[in-house]
Each structure stands twice: as C-alpha cells, then as structure tokens.
Design a binder for this molecule. Structure first.
Ligand code: MG
Length: 400
C-alpha cells in the first residue's frame, strides 16, 4: 500500500479519499480538514444518506468528486448517483488511498466491507461498524490485508501510544471518559434527569445520541468493544477511568510499568487528519493544548452503580457473537425513547441490559445475521418502551 506523504510532495501524490457519511458531524469535519490542506488530499467521492441538497453543499469545494446518495428522500439532482450498490462500488474504488467511514450507522456496514474486501485502507469513525460486526469486519481486513485505522479520539490516542511499540509489551489499554454531566449528581436526580440536563456535555460538542451515550457511559462501553477489535486486546485488559478535563484522550500501560498517554484539545479534526493522512502528522491541524491553562488533570474510578451501562456493554463484548449488535440496537431505541420523553434517563441502561440478556443464538456468519440481531434488539426494546410508557400513563405520570 502506498504510504501517503505528510508534506504533500510532487504533484499526483495527494491522498485520495472516499468519504462515507459526508453530511454527518465527522464527515463535515473531514471535509473541513481536506479543504484546508488541498495539496495533501483529493476527494474521489462522497456518500450521503438521503439529503441531496446537504450532500451537494458539503462537497461543493471539491469539484470532480463523485457524489452518491444511498436512499434519496426527494428528487435527485443531476450528477448525483443513487443506491447502496453504487456506494459500495465507490468505497471499493482501487484508486482510493483511504476510505473514511464517518457516519451512516448500521448503513455503513456494507460500504465498509466493500472497501476492506477491495483491500482499501479504512478509517473507521462509525461506532456501529465494529460494535455490530467486529468479528466479521476484522476477519475481512485480515483476509484482504486491509488496514483499519481508528478515528475516535480514544482509539486514535491508543493507536498513537502504540506506534513503535512491540504488541507483546502491552499490559493494558486505559480509555478515559469525561463522566458526562452526571458524574457527581445525586443518583435519584440522575435517574430522573431531563433531556436538557443529559445534553449538557461538559467538554465535547456532539450529536444528541452520542451525548446521551456519554451521560450513561454506554458510549465508553461501546468504545471498549471497539478497542477490543481494533487492537486485539482481551476485555479484561481494557480499563476505563474517568477524567473530567477531557485533555488526556487515552493511554497504554506497558509491561515495564510505564504508561504512555496522548493529550490534546478536544477537537475531532486532529484524529481525523491523522487517520486520513495514514498516521503522518500535518502542521497546524488544531491549536496545541495549553497545559498550564488546563491546570490539573483529575482521574477517578468509574462508579459501577452510577454507570451500569458500562458493565452491560463489557459483558456483551465478552459474550461476543450477536450480543454487541443487540446491545447497540436496544440502546439506540432506548436513547430515542428518552429524547422523546417516553422513558426516564435511568431506564435507558435498564432497558438495554434487559434486551441484551434476553437474546441467545449462534454468532452471525454474515451481515444478514448481524442485521437480524439488530432487528431483534430494536423490536424487543420497542416492546419494553411501549410497556414502560404505558405503565407511566396508567399511573398518571407527567410525561406522555
Ligand atoms: Mg470517543
């Protein structure tokens, strides 16, 4: 695989990028990075979900890029290609140096597999890909000698800490978590927290789903599963510690007792640029961290009673097979129900645990099996949401 040049170099050596999920938060930030370093990056093509106008607006600074909508919600403007198959063909383009999977949720699974099967280097920011199908995705990468690079800030940090090290020397991965807005709230207040309170994340600006996941710490549980697949480390050697300042993005502990950590401002453009550029650093992507301004770095153990979702996710990861896909689907439904006012904040984790433990069956052998597990998780969670909000209505609760 050609190694991209960190400094651009002669014409024709730009990193050619295919972007899946161009209109989401990661996609927009990736396009921002690429537009700021036009001598380093070339956008071969971009995939969006349903909104033609948003997609065309996002790729306007990149004339010549192919534009694909998976399932258009309205009339399709000229020049826009349509369909999941076309998106997969774009992701498998042999000219692509890197395929960034930046959004799309479960819909990102197919293009990810297409890219890996074509031997492309794939930078994964979409959590669902490794959580739902980690076993299939990493097996495809091995089979086709395709490289998977992390984009999520914690996993990018671990990747950076591991570079140049012997994998045999790794003792533990240590993922940091901000602890979200309820790190110190009384447990009963947290249980009945409003949507506004749950969305008030202290350090990162993210979409509502991820922000709620960060408040329950399900986000960190999903990241533990991702770390397991990205770095091939068993679950018992992946630790989580709360670090409210979000300055230290994660760390690796080595066999000699040394710990190496990565620090930086909380800005996703840094890990996005690093992954797009194949691990080579570009000058001035984000402002440097001012340590004196940060002042202090605090760390504390995770309170398992406050954040039960973390353990639920860890157990689903250890069970393996379809369990993480079921967990992920149940969590999506539970978070949406909370955001819609149908269940309490504290019920998100309860509901996810109940759905996940109710599933059994052999590990999925293909994406169809993964999607069946996903459908089971969704349906079962919907039933539980309906039962709980029905009970609340019958009891005269104030929420509809
Ligand atoms: Mg993260």
């Amino acid at each position: 695989m050609p190694v991209p040049s960190a400094r651009g170099g002669p014409a024709g050596t730009r990193v050619r990028v295919v972007l899946v999920g161009a209109t989401g938060s990661i996609g927009v930030q990736a396009l921002d990075v690429m537009a700021r370093y036009p001598e380093h990056f070339e956008l071969l093509g971009a995939v969006g979900g349903s909104r033609a106008e948003a997609l065309l607006q996002a790729v306007a600074p990149f004339p010549g890029a192919r534009v694909v909508l998976v399932s258009p919600s309205g009339p399709v403007p000229q020049g826009v290609l349509v369909g999941g198959d076309v998106a997969c063909a774009l992701a498998a383009d042999p000219r692509a140096d890197v395929v960034l999977i930046g959004g799309g949720g479960a819909a990102a699974l197919m293009p990810t597999m297409a890219a890996l099967e074509a031997g492309r280097r794939v930078a994964i920011a979409t959590q669902e890909v490794l959580v739902m199908a980690g076993e299939l995705v990493t097996a495809a990468a091995r089979r086709h000698r395709a490289e998977i690079l992390p984009v999520d800030s914690e996993h990018s940090a671990i990747w950076q800490c591991l570079r140049g090290e012997d994998p045999k020397d790794v003792a533990r991965l240590v993922l940091t978590a901000s602890g979200g807005p309820f790190r110190e709230a009384p447990l009963e207040t947290m249980r009945r927290a409003s949507v506004e309170q749950a969305l008030a994340h202290p350090s990162w600006r993210m979409g509502p789903k991820v922000t709620v996941d960060s408040a329950t710490m399900m986000n960190k549980g999903l990241e533990v599963i991702e770390a397991h697949f990205l770095f091939g480390i068993p679950y018992e050697r992946i630790a989580v510690v709360i670090h409210p300042q979000s300055a230290l993005h994660s760390a690796v502990e080595f066999c000699d007792g040394t710990m190496v950590a990565q620090l930086g401002v909380p800005d996703m453009r840094a890990p996005i640029a690093l992954a797009l550029n194949g691990g080579r650093r570009l000058p001035g992507v984000v402002p440097p961290l001012d340590l004196a301004k940060v002042g202090r770095l605090d760390f504390q153990e995770v309170d398992a009673e406050r954040f039960p979702a973390l353990q639920t996710a860890r157990e689903a990861g250890i069970r393996g097979g379809a369990a993480p896909a079921v967990l992920n689907a149940a969590n999506e439904v539970a978070v949406a129900a909370f955001l819609a006012g149908a269940i309490d904040f504290g019920e998100i984790s309860e509901l996810v645990a109940e759905v996940t433990s109710s599933h059994s069956g052999p590990p999925p052998s293909d994406l169809t099996g993964v999607l069946a597990a996903d459908a089971f998780g969704r349906d079962r969670a919907q039933e539980l949401v309906a039962a709980r909000s029905g009970r609340r209505l019958a009891a005269g609760g104030q929420r509809a």
